[in-house]
Design a protein around this ligand. Sequence first.
Ligand code: SAM
Length: 322
Amino acid sequence: NSEIRETIVIPRYIRVNTLKTSVKKVIEHFQAKGFTQEEPIDDLKNISPKTIRKDKHLPDLLILPPNTDLHEDALYLSGDIILQDKASCIPAFVCSPPFNSHVIDACAAPGNKTSHLSAIMQNTGKIWAFDFDKHRLNLLKKLMQKAGYVEAIHESFLDVDPMDQKYSNVGYILLDPSCSGSGIINRLDHLIDASDETQEQSDLSHKFKEQRLENLSEFQEKMILHAFKFRSVQKIIYSTCSIYAEENEHVIKRALDQTDLFVLGNKDDMMPSWPRRGISSEINDDEGIAEKFIRANPNEDYTNGFFVACFVRKTAQPINTE
Ligand code: SAM
């Protein structure tokens, strides 16, 4: 057990808030604090102390040694950098709405991905950020004060009317619904520490897990089907921080089976150089769709566990922007 625990150490990732600063300036800031810039690498297991490097896949992400404490850092306090795990930066990057797009962040709070979207769009266009948890939405509002403007709305995405004129030009939806969180490293303990359970406890927790996953996956599927109803939407990014196929491959497959309008985006648009893809054996995958998913595995990718899929409208229509 201690071996597994030791191997799951992820670097300190910092996302540069490109609304306020640049990657170059942030590197200079750390160099002035005694950090040395090193080349991007794949194997992030042993990062030398006081080093900084660019990430290999995401242009606005920098990598520091694990546990580097930045809570007192001036750039963190000013919102110029955001402490965000790499996996959590992938959805907005894959979405990459062009300037002036209209975007819905359907499950937005506390707003890490919303702020990433607004940075990618350089604060042009519009983002509607929904969340039905008031407390978490307040965190989003606070973050967005530092990181750029969006309209935060306290409402269930399922109650948002897709026919409302306001959303008629929404071309992109980011859907990061509640999930089991089973990929988050400090929650992986349940996988590691199960050894002292009795058989009865183990059967019970298995049943509980199955029921919970069933409820979550039904909810996740509903959210995707609702997103399909927005008439101008061209791209829907679905993500979870779950490692369970029930919330990932299975949900996507069921949603695909219920639409004639959307297909999965090509692997070429889904970080093609990223090695870890969907689990083919989890679905009837005659068409090879698992290749089009992105998965992250804490043990091998030095991030939290994660899953990303992208639906695109079959006949792409030009997106109206302001
Ligand atoms: N995207 C966020 C970020 O990157 O900071 C994290 C989102 S978290 C995984 C899922 C969020 O979905 C929670 O804040 C939860 O309150 C919200 N949520 C759950 N059901 C919802 C619904 N029906 N409509 C809108 N938000 C919902």
